[in-house]
Design a protein around this ligand. Structure first.
Ligand code: PGA
Length: 248
């Protein structure tokens, strides 16, 4: 199965950055059929990114979130249909930075909207520091996973979860490697217990939180890890290209 290497640019970038990033990436990225590279720029830069996606065919494109409806009058929002039309293959759903500013009750509807518009959601879950310190990681993840279970009928392809401990995002800290493997296995088991018809290979779990050139290889080679979601280190195009070109 192809490993996913995803770049989450968050609120970073301007026109020059995007141009230079994709010129460098598409020139230096090795065509590697063992990996699936996905870039998540800001909404504003999706169109330009799609130009390079179509020209190079070396990466896929995703958005960082979307609204839960396609048609209502929602000033300032972006619908899943708009994202699909502009070339997105994936959408992040429920990133912890998004959860900080939005109503969690909409997440299930966002997942459904992404799925019904023929994109694949990458559903982000993770415990915060106090959950971890009070040994509540598994119960927090179980509650967050309910949104996947509730929308399972809409899935036809793979289910992709990104396990991103909130305390690891942008902090330079990561869980022990055996903890990452254990939690990924826990996530896969939880989903397949609820839905016995699913096979393990249909459930992909990415790790995110302080992934960089130094730790990617070890993380990607860990049992139950199907890919990585990279924030800060993906902004540096040379580092990100090197991460993608590493032999696994
Ligand atoms: P980070 O962010 O790699 O900067 O920790 C990851 C993310 O927020 O997806």
């Amino acid at each position: 199965m192809k490993k996913i290497i995803a770049a989450n640019w968050k609120m970073y970038g301007n026109n020059n950055f995007v141009q230079e990033y994709f010129e460098y990436l598409t020139k230096n990225l090795k065509n590697n059929n063992k990996k699936n590279i996905i870039i998540f720029p800001s909404y504003l830069h999706l169109d330009k990114a799609n130009f390079f996606k179509k020209k190079s065919n070396l990466f896929k494109l995703g958005a960082q979130s979307c609204h839960c409806n396609n048609k209502t009058a929602q000033t300032s929002s972006i619908s899943a249909k708009m994202l699909m039309e502009i070339g997105c293959d994936y959408t992040l759903v429920g990133h912890s930075e998004w959860r900080n500013n939005n109503h969690e009750k909409n997440i299930s509807h966002i997942l459904r909207n992404v799925l019904t518009n023929n994109m694949t959601p990458i559903y982000c879950i993770g415990e915060n520091l106090s959950d971890k310190e009070s040994n509540n990681t598994e119960s927090v993840l179980e509650v967050q996973l309910q949104n996947i279970i509730d929308n399972i009928d809409y899935y036809s392809g793979k289910i992709i979860i990104a396990y991103e401990p909130v305390w690891a995002i942008g902090s330079g800290l990561t869980p022990e490697i055996n903890v990452i493997s254990f939690i990924h296995s826990y996530i896969k088991t939880k989903i397949s217990q609820k839905l016995p018809s699913l096979q393990e290979k249909d459930i992909m779990v990415l790790y995110g939180g302080s992934v960089n050139i130094k730790n990617t290889k070890e993380i990607l080679n860990t049992n139950n890890v199907d890919g990585v979601l990279i924030g800060g280190a993906s902004i540096d195009v040379k580092e990100f290209t090197n991460i993608c070109n590493q032999e696994l």
